[in-house]
Design a protein around this ligand. Structure first.
Ligand SMILES: [Zn+2]
Length: 160
């Protein structure tokens, strides 16, 4: 029964990794598969649902990512779809994560009912991300995707 300790170790490591795999972890180390079946979307906590499903807005300077500068990819919290790269992120001073570009074709723009603002949603699940503003002059691209941290998950790029 030489293999028994290995099996026990395997069992224990899967047990612990299952425990550690909190979906609300603010930083992931690799891109999870995109979820296309709505019945399998990531579970949303009430505050996440308020923003993502009911188009709410988190308070400025309270989110996990507005000040984040590490290299990586921001994905949709509900369906894991890659939305923004850290290379497009800039400090707008607004208290929300700001990107002057989205991953091409992955973020949809929808005119708000008020006729002034343009909402941005996940191109896969339609979850609310925030709004996009143009012509403010923050960067050369002259575009600010203003996203709620709570709509996103950050996947840090390995720096080896
Ligand atoms: Zn999504």
């Amino acid at each position: 029964m030489k293999s028994l300790p290995v099996l026990v170790l395997l069992f224990m490591s899967s047990f612990f990794s299952a425990c550690a795999q909190q979906r609300t972890a603010e930083v992931l180390s690799e891109l999870p598969p995109v979820i296309t079946d709505p019945s399998k979307y990531n579970h949303l906590e009430p505050e996440e649902a308020r923003v993502i499903l009911r188009k709410g807005t988190e308070r400025a300077f309270t989110g996990a990512y507005f000040n984040k500068k590490e290299k990586g990819t921001y994905i949709c919290r509900q369906c894991n779809y890659p939305l923004f790269r850290s290379s497009a992120k800039f400090d707008s001073g607004t208290g929300w994560p700001s990107f002057d570009d989205a991953i091409e074709g992955h973020v949809k723009e929808i005119a708000d009912a008020d006729g002034y603002r343009v909402e941005i949603v996940c191109g896969n699940c339609g979850g609310h991300l925030g709004h996009v503003f143009k012509g403010e002059g923050f960067t050369k691209k002259n575009t600010r995707h203003c996203a709620n941290s709570i709509s996103l998950l950050f996947v840090e790029e390995e720096t080896k």
